[in-house]
Design a protein around this ligand. Structure first.
Ligand SMILES: Cc1cc2nc3c(=O)[nH]c(=O)nc-3n(C[C@H](O)[C@H](O)[C@H](O)COP(=O)(O)OP(=O)(O)OC[C@H]3O[C@@H](n4cnc5c(N)ncnc54)[C@H](O)[C@@H]3O)c2cc1C
Length: 512
């Protein structure tokens, strides 16, 4: 059960994997400690990668995570939102933490106040609630996990990612900047009449492959209300910001004219844009959200990361239907929220009069004047009118509906799968279907990964599970070392089913 990824069992599991690989490689020199040690270091490098012909396609850039870097720079984000064990190092749960200490960069960690303390189980919390005791700000993370509840600085996180790129020799040559337009899975006469291949069509050509992994985040960002061509000048989706604020506003600011900004959205990005706008000198910012202001350290509840997380994961894993799992994902994420850290920043701006935050409020009507480059906006909610607005930013996130993705139209037609509220019902091995090795990572894999799928933790666990599935698939195909990669062992290593099943069959140990 993937819940094990978060427990102490995880350490045991990875230790077991490492030990197993190291032992396997060093059998020729069992007494030669030096050789064994070097090999253990090697053991973190992927064993199958050398034989695989891998190509990564990214519409956005020519280096890894360029889109992320771009967004963090645009929003001037100094620290990540997620705790220390949310990172992309597959070999070590504490990889980012140890990287920070090993490189003398522990001063780049910022403590998350109010998370750690005496932890209460859901049962204990409910009991207290029944007794009428206040629960709101109770810490939910056990003291012994305090070290995890820091957030890394943005430069530290990216240095760690660079270090992984070096470790796994993922230089930019395997990355190509191409927009995937279509994916088909069929027989390709030039290659084989017996085996189907993927044909991945991009804006630059066509690539063939046995296996495709889809890690495309969510749907394309869309402004929730339709805009005319003229109006697009006056409004931007947060994910499409290139220059902040837009050039025509910068000119106004340069001429010392008064500037007003409207931001729509109740998530962290809206708070970050509001803070940035004020720091850049915009006179007044209006931040509106359709619901209440939600304050959370992470975008999923602490019960999914704290000591009692296994309860939530177990419920998720035991859900009988995709609908139940989907409901769990929605409940755990519960829309946009901001961190206590940013709440303080916003409060400071509110008290200085530079920010108005309007809850339970939506845009009623808006009219763009292209000559003056201002909006006349009326609202529904806490307040009805606004002064002329120079620009509207929509920090409304991205949608999740795989059937609307242009690049998946052929797959949806030729190999239809169930759609549960926009999430594809992929297999437990993370593939599109058992007979279609199109693996799905990231938020579209939420029905297999749980609510963390949208975050770095989901990216890591998803990658881990997909790598095992691919390794199993290739192992089977090449009929190599079949006995070593039996189902029990695969389940053990990927943390599925009862991990003790594998121990019933110890015959393979004799080979190692
Ligand atoms: C401002 C911001 C801050 C965040 N901070 C955190 C944080 O602190 N911690 C955390 O855990 N999560 C954070 N997140 C969530 C973060 O988005 C995810 O953790 C992570 O990016 C998920 O990775 P991914 O690979 O699934 O998707 P993405 O990072 O969205 O990557 C998808 C990639 O696919 C490419 N792509 C999409 N469609 C195509 C196509 N058709 N053809 C070719 N390429 C395509 C895109 O260009 C992009 O590079 C943050 C998100 C934002 C927006």
């Amino acid at each position: 059960m993937p819940a094990a990824n978060f427990t102490d069992d995880e350490h045991q599991r990875f230790h077991w994997i490492k030990q197993h690989r190291a032992a396997k490689k060093s059998t020729k020199h069992p007494r030669n400690r030096k050789v064994a040690d070097t090999r253990r270091k090697e053991s973190v490098a992927p064993t199958i990668a050398r034989d695989l012909d891998i190509l990564a396609l990214d519409a956005y850039g020519t280096s890894w995570m360029e889109r992320w870097q771009g967004m963090f720079k645009t929003f001037d984000i100094s620290h990540l939102r997620s705790p220390m064990f949310f990172h992309v190092d597959p070999s070590e749960r504490d990889g980012l933490l140890s990287y920070a200490y090993a490189n003398g960069r522990s001063d780049e960690l910022r403590e998350l106040h109010g998370c750690v303390g005496k932890e209460l189980s859901k049962h204990q919390r409910k009991k207290r609630e029944k007794m009428g005791r206040e629960q709101q700000n109770n810490p939910t993370i056990d003291e012994r996990e305090r070290k995890d509840y820091y957030v890394p600085s943005t430069p530290l996180f990216f240095s760690h990612c660079d270090c992984l790129v070096d470790r796994y020799k993922l230089d930019d040559t395997i990355l190509s900047q191409e927009q995937v337009e279509d994916i088909r899975y069929d027989y390709v006469r030039e290659y084989s009449d017996e085996e189907k291949l993927f044909c991945v069509k991009t804006n630059k050509g066509c690539h063939y492959g046995k296996i495709v992994v889809l890690a495309i985040g969510g749907n394309a960002p869309q402004i929730p209300c339709p805009l005319s061509t003229e109006e697009t000048e006056g409004a931007t989706h947060a994910m499409h910001i290139k220059t902040f604020p837009p050039p025509y506003m910068q000119s106004k600011m340069a001429s010392k004219a008064r500037t007003n900004l409207l931001i729509v959205g109740g998530g962290l990005t809206s708070a970050q844009i509001a803070d940035l706008a004020i720091r850049r000198g915009i006179n007044k910012v209006f931040l509106i959200m359709r619901g209440p202001l939600k304050i959370k350290h992470f975008d999923l509840g602490l019960e999914w990361v704290g000591k009692f997380r296994n309860i939530e994961h177990a419920i998720f894993w035991n859900s009988n239907s995709p609908e139940e799992r989907c409901k769990k994902v929605m409940e755990a994420r519960n829309g946009g929220s901001i961190t206590p850290y940013y709440k303080k920043i916003l409060e400071k701006h509110i008290s200085s009069g530079r920010l108005d935050m309007l809850l339970h409020t939506t845009i009623d009507e808006k009219k763009w004047n292209p000559m003056l480059k201002t909006w006349t906006v009326s609202l529904k909610g806490e307040r009805e009118d606004l002064p002329p607005i120079n620009h509207i930013y929509f920090a409304t996130g991205v949608g999740t509906n795989f059937e609307c993705l242009p690049c998946l139209q052929s797959m949806c037609r030729d190999y239809p799968i169930e759609n549960c509220s926009g999430f594809p019902c992929i297999t437990e091995k993370m593939s599109w279907r058992h007979d279609v090795p199109l693996f799905v990572a990231g938020r579209f894999a939420a029905l297999q990964l749980g609510p963390g799928a949208h975050n770095l933790i989901g990216a890591r666990i998803g990658a881990d599970r997909i790598a095992w599935s691919i390794q199993e698939m290739l192992g089977k195909e090449e009929n190599s070392d079949q006995s070593n990669w039996g189902q029990d062992r695969f389940n053990y290593l990927t943390g599925r089913g009862s991990r003790y099943n594998a121990l019933a069959d110890v015959s393979y140990l004799a080979d190692d």
